[in-house]
Ligand binder design. Structure first.
Ligand code: 3PG
Length: 320
């Protein structure tokens, strides 16, 4: 994978577990538990003697998981990690020497920052993906909002104090590339070899990251007149109807299409935090974009698409 592909992968998965392993013997089952939970990616931190061997085993035995090294405090450690199989380097702080070594060796490097000056240092070293650490203690989502103005070109991997109770807030922030943390790989869970619980927490995290919410149901009609007749029926309940170019809305929850559109009966519109990430997530569950249904915003980001297969006779309409 190229550097850009690795960053796109982080974005699409949305979650990067931060792992501390005391026993390299647990590395491979842990990698398998993460993958079963929909997270084929992990940062193995150099906080223990077992880190190097764990990276080696995970990389060799689980080729489908993207393994990187964390807590890399100098270039020597970065080199050691890459030799062991790490595909990216993360650190809690920003050591320019480590960043330079990674740049020279074309290894994606995500150093930690929590102030504007550190972000500027990262930019001066050619980075536009940085780790926001420790996220919660440094102002959390509010701080990220403040970074968005002056540093709109920077995307953050946010870690430190994130868990299922505040994950959704980070997932919604436009400058968050991915969320990292250790809540799904706590020491106790690894020591007890509680792989099922780790898998469950991973699944929960990737679902929370999507922020799925049903926003309206759309019904197909043969013509604008047919849609008008249906709208009249809903008006009997006192609901407001609003005729547009291609459909008529009943409140905001029902859309009456003026023609036979996607889906046998129509569509169900589901909002998500990020369309590209949602499409990646849903692809693993058997959904794919209906060709020609995609619309992109001015920045080339997917903003609308319809999915196959139908659910109960309805196409799924994904919107942000
Ligand atoms: C890190 O290095 O990113 C943190 O240790 C992860 O933070 P958390 O343990 O609070 O999730």
């Amino acid at each position: 994978m190229t550097k850009d592909e690795i960053f796109t992968f982080f974005h699409n998965i949305g979650i990067v577990p931060v792992i501390k392993l005391d026993d390299a013997g647990k590395a491979v089952p842990l990698a398998k538990a993460l993958m079963a939970g929909g997270i084929p990616c992990a940062e193995v931190t150099f906080r223990t003697q077992a880190a190097e061997e764990s990276i080696k085993r995970m990389s060799a035995e689980c080729p489908d998981i993207l393994i990187g090294a964390g807590t890399v405090i100098n270039p020597e450690l970065a080199e050691k990690a890459v030799k062991a199989g790490a595909k990216f380097i993360v650190s809690a702080g920003l050591n320019p020497e480590t960043v330079k070594w990674c740049n020279e060796n074309n290894i994606p490097c995500v150093p930690g920052v929590c102030t504007p000056s550190e972000i500027e240092l990262g930019l001066s070293l050619g980075l536009n993906v940085l780790k926001f650490f420790p996220a919660e203690a440094s102002g959390g989502v509010g701080m990220l909002k403040n970074f968005q103005g002056p540093f709109g070109q920077v995307k953050f991997m946010t870690t430190g104090g994130i868990n299922p109770s505040n994950l959704s807030d980070y997932a919604k922030a436009p400058n968050v590339l991915a969320v990292g943390g250790s809540w799904m790989v706590k020491d106790a869970l690894i020591n007890e070899e509680n792989w099922d619980e780790i898998t469950r927490l991973c699944k929960e995290a990737t679902t929370l990251m999507q922020g799925f919410e049903i926003i309206h149901v759309g019904f197909n009609n043969e013509s604008v007149d047919e849609a008008g007749k249906v709208a009249k029926e809903f008006e009997k309940f006192g609901f407001a109807t609003k005729k547009g170019n291609s459909s008529t809305f009943v409140n905001t929850q029902i859309e009456l299409c003026h023609k036979m559109f996607y889906g046998t009966h129509g569509h169900i519109a589901i909002r998500c935090n990020d369309l590209e990430r949602a499409v990646f997530y849903l692809a693993k569950k058997g959904f794919s974009i209906i060709k020609g249904s995609e619309k992109y915003d001015a920045k080339g980001k997917l903003k609308v698409c319809y999915l196959d297969p139908e659910v109960g006779g309805f196409a799924i309409h994904l919107v942000k």
